[in-house]
Unconditional design. Structure first.
Length: 53
């Protein structure tokens, strides 16, 4: 098994910046317009991938 220690400790700034699109995505999911809901889902899923590193 290969362990890559370069991505273990993400800076706090990266974690905070991944929360911002997540919150915007959640807000857009609650809007009744379908187009904005789709954008909200994409932002939310993108932020989940960004937060994990």
């Amino acid at each position: 098994m290969v362990i890559d220690n370069k991505i273990d400790g993400l800076p706090a700034v990266t974690k905070v910046l991944s929360i911002i699109p997540m919150m915007i995505g959640i807000g857009l999911i609650m809007v009744p317009e379908l187009f904005l809901q789709i954008i909200g889902v994409v932002l939310f899923l993108f932020s989940l991938g960004t937060g994990k590193g």
